[in-house]
Design a binder for this molecule. Structure first.
Ligand SMILES: O=C(O)c1ccccc1NCC(=O)[C@H](O)[C@H](O)COP(=O)(O)O
Length: 215
């Protein structure tokens, strides 16, 4: 089956168009103001309105309160909510139930033990996203989108109870190796298709998606 791709941190029309042209399955809008990829509700509503059928719209949140989710969902049609903070399983279940949207929980990975939480999240999340955990010593690290990869062999040969994606430091140069080692059926990229933090590069999006389609 073809590899599914998500282009995360889309904040302008050129990036959205490149994702659509290249056959991405998902685009992500970041609702986390400290991120260089953050969008306002108004920007996201406008971009989401331009997504062609088949391009799923994902809202990325970090420990969101209900007020933020209500405000976003009143204006932006989202098919998936990505929770990228420290939301415990109970909060993931609450958000899923209260807002009636499928939820993807980010699992941050640096060591094998970090995967143990899957057991608690799988019953309450619709999808899982394995992303790199930033070291505490990394100055200015965000909860995600740090262009950091993790040891893909930690996922090799494993089966997960929910559909899942791989992310963290992916780019055209390492995509094939990452997918081959981890066995990922879907991938999520942000920094690896940018020319500078927060600036998506349509040519890099095209190259990444062309390669993803061939894997
Ligand atoms: O991208 C961000 O700025 C961001 C901010 C806060 C939480 C998560 C964030 N991004 C999460 C993503 O979905 C990224 O695609 C994923 O972490 C991989 O990022 P990258 O290593 O830059 O490709």
């Amino acid at each position: 089956m073809a590899l599914e791709s998500k282009i995360c941190g889309v904040s302008d029309r050129a990036a959205l168009a490149a994702a659509a042209r290249g056959g991405a399955r998902w685009v992500g809008f970041v609702f986390f103001p400290p991120s260089p990829r953050a969008v306002t509700v108004e920007q996201a509503a406008s971009l989401a309105g331009e997504a062609p059928p088949g391009l799923g719209r994902v809202g990325l949140f970090v420990d969101p309160d209900d007020a933020l989710l209500e405000r976003v969902l009143a204006a932006v049609p989202l098919e998936l909510l990505q929770l990228h903070g420290d939301e415990p399983p109970k909060r993931v279940a609450e958000i899923r139930g209260r807002f009636g949207r499928p939820v993807m929980k980010a699992i941050k990975v640096a060591r094998r033990e970090d995967l143990e939480v899957v057991e608690a999240y799988a019953p309450v999340a619709d999808r899982l996203l394995f992303d790199a955990k930033a070291p505490k010593s990394m100055a200015g690290a965000l909860p995600g989108g740090n262009a950091l990869s993790f040891d893909w062999t930690l996922l090799a040969g494993r089966r997960w109870p929910k559909p899942w994606m791989l992310s963290g430091g992916l780019k055209a140069e390492n995509l094939e190796e990452a997918v081959t080692i981890s066995g990922a059926p879907a991938v999520d990229v942000s920094s690896g298709v940018e020319s500078a933090p927060g600036v998506k590069d349509p040519a890099r999006i095209a190259a990444f998606l062309e390669l993803a389609r061939s894997l």
